[in-house]
Design a protein around this ligand. Structure first.
Ligand code: URA
Length: 247
């Protein structure tokens, strides 16, 4: 990796601004390979140099990938003048500049949101041509008629739009007895309010919607609503994986 200024490296990995990083460096709180550096213009290769800030080793990552279990009532955005966003829920230790949700869930939808600062990766997983599966559980008021299940599987027309064929199966609900009719739906594209529109075109009422997987990576069941964690490199590969292959 190319060498970068120390203040820039520190500011890219946390919510410490460049000028704050400069002050930390000046005050002798930053070490590079065990030696205190007081010059903020000092350059280092963060993949090779051990950088310590206030006694804590900076574990340098070019990009970060965070799995969040989004609660109801939170908007899928980086910031919003009125509403709380998924990025607002990211804890301080995972925060850094440029975080955004790679793909939106509606305010009233729960489940798996991927938060990252990697624009290229987000573009890839959202591109319809990449066909990254997104798996949802949708609870409906009543049973969806067989003719609509067939239409969804074949590519449903809703108003003037034709959706790509999606998979839909009744979901055997063993844990959650709150809802009687639950369907597992796998989309290969992410159109605005897609499941809401599919369910309403099927003459049903959607009671709740949760995203449970992206690609072959399932939402961690131990993640409480509103919490998040970094994903592992193995999990990262699973997002783009289809039939054992990644793009
Ligand atoms: N489809 C919807 O209607 N809403 C979502 O949040 C995701 C898929």
């Amino acid at each position: 990796m190319a060498k970068e200024r120390l203040d820039k490296i520190i500011a890219s990995q946390s919510m410490i601004t460049r000028s704050e990083a400069g002050k930390l460096i000046k005050s002798g709180q930053v070490k590079a390979d065990g030696l205190t550096v007081k010059d903020k213009a000092f350059k280092a290769d963060p993949s090779e140099t051990v950088i310590e800030v206030s006694g804590k080793v900076l574990s340098y990552k070019k990009h970060i990938y965070i799995m969040m279990n989004k609660p109801v009532g939170i908007v899928s955005a980086s910031r919003d003048p009125k509403e709380k966003t998924v990025v607002d829920l990211v804890p301080e230790e995972l925060k850094r500049p440029g975080l955004f949700p790679a793909g939106r869930l509606d305010k009233d939808t729960t489940g798996f949101v991927l938060i990252t600062d990697d624009g290229e990766f987000a573009h890839n997983i959202l591109s319809p041509s990449k066909h990254i599966n997104k798996t949802y559980l949708a609870a409906t008021r009543g049973r969806i008629d067989e003719k609509y299940l067939k239409a969804i599987r074949e590519g449903m027309t809703a108003g003037s739009e034709v959706f790509m064929p999606a998979s839909i199966e009744p979901y055997n609900n063993t844990q959650n007895s709150e809802y009687k009719y639950i369907y597992k739906i796998i989309l290969h594209e992410g159109r605005y309010h897609q499941i809401k529109r599919m369910i309403s075109a099927s003459e049903q009422v959607l009671l709740s919607l949760k995203r449970i997987a992206m690609g072959s990576l399932s939402l961690d069941e131990n993640l409480k609503e509103g919490s998040c964690r970094e994903i592992t490199p193995e999990e990262f590969k699973m997002i783009t994986e289809k039939n054992g292959e990644s793009f």
